[in-house]
Design a protein. Structure first.
Lengths: 372, 945
């Protein structure tokens, strides 16, 4: 029993903060906006969530990799995060159902990472200084050069990233049920597909920039606007056309995260970059319709403040109990609602699956009306 | 919904004396409940018979009833107080059962009294295995498959249905699981089924699918009136199923579950809590998970605050009992704030960024012939919790906290077992199984093999093997050549300086603990202190709750205020339990009153002293020299208080003195002096105070010589022990030899004492406070049992009931003489033996004792606080008359409680070694009272020689 050989790695933040650690995943250099997630389970789901595309993920729970990786936990066909930062990476794992170790998985997906970092210190740093870019490197170890690289890394604000993770071709997912839902995929998580499919929605998953004609041709009963990465204001430049088209059809619309932000933007509601985003699986959200509180999965660096919501345009249906931010909207000018957080969970609590039921109820009502 | 306005006065029921399985965690929950209700303006009435609790302090409730926990006394209290509601979920199963029994008579409903915090129906469902099973089936929760058999043939058929052996047999309606157990082969099956059928009064056995080796998890839930449910903490047992969770090593959060598995468990837990009733409060659910599958079985659900909720509160910082109480009086979770962050919602699930390890503490050495194998029946008497940024760090810290002489998980020079022993100890669960896992890796055993034998999840084993790899590397290094990076890595993995010194001594010269500390200083390696904040640093925290780790950033800012560091008493054990925590809490309060910032150091998650809102700063750390000194060096307090933390804290006195650190109160050399029988006896001789003839021995021969000189019977005891550990009475030579051998085995470094044993003497326990000028006698307690039964095991009566005035006067005089001669500042306890008018001094303890809280409750005086204030410089003359006047009208009796029912194989006898786990207080008017008559009649029955 000897200790494994390790390579050094460096984490450099754009404000000059530097931390040393050990290389994990692929050897190399990577960069992006540094964000943290407080979930204690579900690292693989997080790494494959397309909303994290281009971001450096720092997990606040120290031990990551304990149960290896398995195909069923992927939320997308590949790893989306640009890099990984942990406190105590587990190269060994114990899950007999796993396909392999997280190390092998990261190598296969060419993800550069660092372990052995005082992640709590960095969280506190970002919490006070605000979100910033960083680089991780296990090849170049010169602190100054790396800080410079972090400074030069493109800022998330104004960055259009959805087009990087949207599928190249439309694809249909059949379900045993009466509804046809057009899902505009800006980086949709697999568990959204699963939840809609389980509720009898046959999905046609369209690339982000699909023409409205092509969507119209499929003749959907409802629209779904998915989650996705990047600045919603940048994505809006091409996406609002589709959102507005959907609104004009008068059929039910459901949006999650980026989709929610696009729907809000289409109604003139501002979406701004947050000082520190919400990323974790323990955020309390109150459903103002029922008074019930759901523990939710969140992953957003842009958000809507309460006073930005015009009552004529939309009703706030859900609020975050920690900071009172807007978590859900019901629109007044079209039959649609949207959620800032991730009701599909994965990872995280299943408390909010009922929102998919709500969408299906809208579809059902519409069918009943049409039948009458 | 805000707080209920239709109720005003609430009765809280405590859990009574400390017993195995129900310990001081219910003082923590009861105290939190009291605080929680009082701050909301409710009138609180409390009943509990345990005087050693903080909850029974006058400040905790409007009315405190120190009465036996029986249906009758609750009826009396209800009659006197006319409460509007009763909260039974803070007092363990004791309180729930009492309320359940009363409700069967419709007692509360008939009086319009609300039972809050739980439905009594829920209690019934969860206690009735059959109803619980049916309910779980109804809501689609999987459990162990099982069926009852009325004959051997039946049983064999069921075994086939369940897919063969192993299976578990549970005879129906036998007490305490008698005749039950796991069956591995068909010969055994026949035997055990027949025996089970015979033992069962209804001639029936339950044949249950065996889930031996499955992983065990616990979830702590809170639900409000709006049906919102949150999971506060998930605990994973390192020990596989089959060992009581109280006896298992556990960690938080879960380490080996994927999110899909965890969320399935979470969904089920919520469903289960909702299914048993619609009450608002706390709940604990236990699950088994089959390794390598998604199969999850529900094991049980407890609709109350439990030991696990105490652990979960300390593990996450979330005050479960306090919030559960608020929910019980009508608040909803989203109306309450997270008290740790101050401004985020209490309706959330804590995210933690460290690893919690809980390790149980056992006391088997007190019970000769006890069956030490761990089973489904709890045997631990206490526990420690430790916090580290990684599992390895927290694991080593836990073993430093246990206070069993270990410097971590092995690597400290105590282990040299052979392969066979290691294998045997791995096969069956014992308290030290993790140590043997480490030993197995040290011998080169593979993770697979150890996993196969122990059924531990391999992840935990990989971590322990990593520790062994680090050990191996270090053994090849010397103090001179170890690099900063390697030393830092060892510290990050929780290794103590003592362990590192041992490892570095393997190749080179002998390295001492202090040398490693020096080396660390050279390298500038010292711990940082991180905050327990419920949110993984996502939000700023207001709570001063810290743990140490070796990392980049220190979060514990020190103030300019004068500070006092108070050392806690570590894990509960027989002889040192909640009574010391009581004094610790009062020491904190006294220090604060005197204008100090009070810093608490302790590692016992069941206690009130480790609540984040007691001290100004809480360090949840091992009461272990290195860790304590690290905190001292960081905080730079004016001094330390050691006299309230039992032997745990006192044992460190010598080292504090060596470092030149101020110890408040009586000078340490006097504390040491009291343990040195030679010097102490010389002092008594000088003062002309009688004491039994004695001698100090280091060998068997010396012991025999002394005994021949002073005459049999003799009392043998090692020095520096609490609770009479290892003490025996020998009436003849061969017994003396046997006991002496045993002491030399267990306490090789201590000299031991041989005292002439005073037959037929009455033993008297006296606690007092001395400030250098004046003596305040807290109480003179006369033991009903004869001298020879440990004072902690005796029924003690306050004030004395059959002693001459001459003897009492002598005692008072001697006490003051001793206090003056020893320059006592603060506590002084002396034990006397009285024969007629003759008074002999047995021993003196210049520290807080087990009896201090009993005296405080019996007399209504804040005895611990008085003593600590005096230690910090106050004078007795400054105290108000009220503080110094006893309210006791007749007699108070302290009655011990024993764990013999948990150890049926152990002989029920009492002697100089303490065996009781807890005590109750009872106030009596005269000596015709049963509580006095019973022990008095049987007083000579138990004495073991």
């Amino acid at each position: 029993m000897t200790l494994p050989e390790r390579d050094r790695a460096v984490l450099a933040l754009s404000d000059g903060t530097v931390e040393h650690g050990w290389a994990i995943g692929k050897k190399g250099l990577t960069g992006g906006e540094l964000c943290f997630n407080t979930s204690m389970t579900g690292y693989q789901e997080i790494f494959t969530d397309p909303s994290y595309y281009g971001q450096l993920m720092m997990m606040t729970y120290p031990h990551i990799g304990n149960y290896g990786t398995m195909e069923r936990d992927d939320e997308a066909p590949k790893v989306m995060i640009a890099g990984l930062i942990t406190r105590a990476f587990s190269e060994e794992f114990s899950n007999p159902m796993a396909d392999g170790s997280l190390q092998k998985y990261l190598e296969r997906n060419e993800v550069v990472g660092i372990s052995g970092v005082d992640t709590r210190k960095i969280v506190r740093h970002i919490r006070t200084k605000g979100v910033m870019n960083a680089v991780i490197s296990s090849t170049e170890l010169d602190e100054e050069k790396l800080v410079q690289k972090a400074k030069d890394w493109p800022m998330m604000k104004g960055l259009e990233l959805a087009s990087q993770v949207t599928p190249e071709e439309a694809q249909t997912v059949h379900a045993d049920g009466p509804y046809k839902v057009a899902a505009i995929d800006y980086g949709m998580k697999q568990n959204i597909v699963n939840n809609l499919q389980e509720r009898g929605c046959t999905l046609r998953i369209f690339p982000a920039k699909t023409s409205t004609e092509e969507i119209e041709e499929w003749d959907p009963d409802g629209f779904f606007f998915s989650n996705g990465p990047g600045d919603p204001n940048a994505t809006a430049e091409y996406a609002l056309e589709t959102v507005n088209y959907a609104k004009d059809t008068g059929i039910p619309i459901f949006g999650i995260c980026l989709g929610h932000q696009l729907m809000a933007l289409s109604e003139g509601i501002e979406v701004d970059k947050m000082y520190v985003g919400h990323r974790g699986a323990n955020q309390p959200v109150k459903d103002l319709d029922t008074g019930l509180v759901n523990i939710t999965t969140q992953n957003h660096g842009f958000g809507i403040e309460r006073d930005k919501v015009d009552e004529e345009k939309a009703e706030i249906t859900h609020i975050n109990l920690n900071d009172n931010s807007v978590e859900g909207l019901r629109f007044k000018n079209f039959p649609g609602f949207s959620m800032q957080y991730h009701p599909e969970a994965s990872p995280g609590p299943h408390d909010s699956f009922y929102l998919f039921d709500r969408f299906v109820e809208l579809l059902e009502e519409q069918q009943t009306e049409q039948a009458e | 919904m805000p707080r209920r306005d239709d109720i005003h006065k609430i009765l809280i029921i405590g859990s009574g004396p400390i017993v195995i399985g129900q310990a001081c965690e219910f003082d923590y929950s009861g105290s939190q409940a009291c605080v929680s209700l009082m701050e909301d303006g409710y009138e609180v009435v409390l009943i509990n018979s345990n005087p050693a609790t903080i909850m029974t302090d006058p400040m905790m409730a409007d009315e405190v009833y120190l009465r036996p926990l029986t249906v009758d006394s609750i009826k009396e209290v209800v009659k006197e107080e006319q409460p509007d509601a009763v909260l039974p979920t803070m007092g363990g199963q004791t309180a729930l059962n009492l309320v359940s029994d009363l409700q069967k008579e419709n007692f509360f409903d008939a009086r319009g009294i609300n039972v809050i915090g739980v439905n009594i129906d829920a209690v019934e469902i969860t206690e009735d295995r059959q109803r619980f099973r049916e309910l779980m089936e109804e809501i689609g929760i999987d459990q162990c498959k099982s069926r009852t058999a009325d004959s051997l043939l039946d049983a064999k058929e069921i075994v086939e249905e369940l897919g063969g052996l192993p299976i578990v047999i549970r005879p129906s309606y036998t007490l305490g699981g008698t005749g039950g157990g796991i069956v591995w082969n068909y010969d055994e099956l026949e035997k055990k089924v027949l025996r089970g059928l015979e033992l069962s009064p209804v001639h029936q056995v339950l044949i249950e699918e065996s889930i031996y080796g499955w992983k065990e998890f616990e979830l702590e839930l809170l639900r409000d009136n709006n049906d919102n449910v949150v999971i506060i903490c998930t605990v994973e047992n390192v020990d596989p199923l089959g060992i009581h969770t109280g006896d298992s090593v556990t960690v938080a959060p879960s380490q080996t579950l994927t999110d899909k598995q965890y969320q399935k468990m979470r969904d089920q837990a919520i469903k289960m809590m909702r299914s048993i009733g619609d009450f608002a409060g706390g709940c604990n659910v236990q699950f088994a998970v089959e390794p390598g599958t998604d199969n999850i079985y529900a094991i049980e659900i407890n609709p109350r605050v439990s030991r696990s909720s105490a652990l979960a509160s300390k593990a996450t910082g979330y005050p479960i009992a306090k919030i559960a109480t608020k929910l019980a009086v009508g608040y909803n979770l989203d109306e309450l704030n997270n008290q740790i962050t101050g401004n985020t919602s209490a309706c959330f699930e804590p995210a933690i960024d460290y690893v919690i390890t809980k390790v149980p503490r056992f006391n088997f050495e007190k019970f000769p012939n006890v069956d030490e194998e761990l089973t489904t029946q709890m045997k631990a008497v206490g526990e420690v919790m430790s916090i580290g940024r990684t599992f390895t760090e927290s694991l080593n810290k836990a073993w430093q906290s246990l206070e069993i002489g270990r410097a971590g998980l092995g690597a400290d020079g105590y282990d040299d077992p052979d392969r066979k022993t290691v294998r045997q100890r791995l096969m069956k669960p014992h308290w030290d199984r993790l140590l043997h896992v480490r030993n197995a890796f040290k011998m080169g055993t593979s993770v697979e093999e150890v996993a196969d034998i122990t059924q531990y999840d391999p992840w935990f084993l990989q971590q322990i093997r990593h520790l062994v790899s680090l050990e191996n590397r270090t053994e090849g290094q010397t103090l001179e050549d170890i690099s900063k990076e390697d030393l830092y890595e060892l510290k990050q993995n929780g290794f103590s300086d003592e362990q590192i010194a041992y490892l570095l001594s393997q190749t080179g010269e002998k390295v001492k603990e202090d040398d490693v500390r020096e080396k660390r200083k050279e390298f500038d390696l010292k711990p940082v202190f991180k905050v327990v904040d419920t949110c993984a640093a996502e939000f700023p925290a207001e709570t001063p709750y810290f743990y140490s780790s070796y990392e980049g950033e220190n979060e514990s800012e020190t103030s300019d205020k004068p500070k006092v560091m108070i050392l806690g008493s570590g894990p509960n054990r027989i002889g040192q339990g909640i009574e010391f925590d009581y004094s610790c809490v009062h020491a904190v309060l006294a220090a604060q009153e005197m204008g100090y910032e009070a810093i608490m150091v302790n590692c016992n998650p069941e206690t009130v002293s480790t609540d984040f809102d007691i001290a100004d700063k809480l360090y949840f750390e091992p009461v272990y020299w290195e860790r304590v000194l690290d905190i001292y060096e960081h905080e730079q307090p004016e001094g330390v208080i050691l006299q309230v933390g039992g032997q745990t804290a006192l044992k460190l006195g010598k080292r504090f003195e060596k470092e030149g650190i101020h110890i408040f109160g009586t000078e340490f050399n006097m504390i040491d002096f009291a343990e040195d029988r030679g010097r102490f006896s010389n002092m008594l001789k000088k003062l002309d105070i009688p004491f039994p003839n004695y001698g100090t021995a280091n060998t068997v021969d010396e012991a025999l010589n002394i005994a021949n000189r002073i005459g049999y019977p003799v009392l043998i005891r090692p020095s520096y022990v609490l609770g009479g550990e290892g003490m025996r009475i020998a009436i003849k030579e061969d017994e003396l030899i046997e006991y002496t051998d045993r002491i030399l085995d267990t306490h090789p470094e201590n000299a031991f004492l041989i005292d002439r044993f005073l037959e037929d003497a009455v033993e008297v326990d006296v606690d007092a406070v001395y400030d250098g000028d004046e003596m305040h006698i807290a109480g003179i307690m006369q033991h009903i049992e004869p001298a020879g039964v440990h004072s902690g095991d005796s029924s003690a009566v306050l004030p004395p009931y059959s002693m001459s005035d001459t003897a009492i006067e002598k005692i008072k005089k001697y006490h003051e003489m001793i206090a003056d001669e020893m320059n006592i500042v603060g506590f002084l306890n002396v034990q006397y033996a009285v024969q007629g008018d003759d008074v002999y001094v047995l021993e003196a303890n210049p520290r807080s004792t087990r009896t201090i809280p009993f005296l405080a409750k019996a007399t209504g005086r804040p005895e611990a606080k008085i003593a600590v204030r005096v230690m910090l410089g106050d004078k007795i003359k400054n105290f108000s008359k009220k503080d110094l006047t006893s309210t006791l009208e007749h007699w108070a009796i302290k009655e011990p409680v024993f764990p013999f029912d948990k150890f049926p194989e152990v002989k029920k006898e009492l002697g100089p070694e303490m065996k009781s786990t807890g005590e109750t207080i009872y106030f009596m008017k005269d000596f015709n009272d049963e509580h006095f008559k019973k022990p008095y009649e049987f007083k000579n029955m138990y004495l073991s020689k």
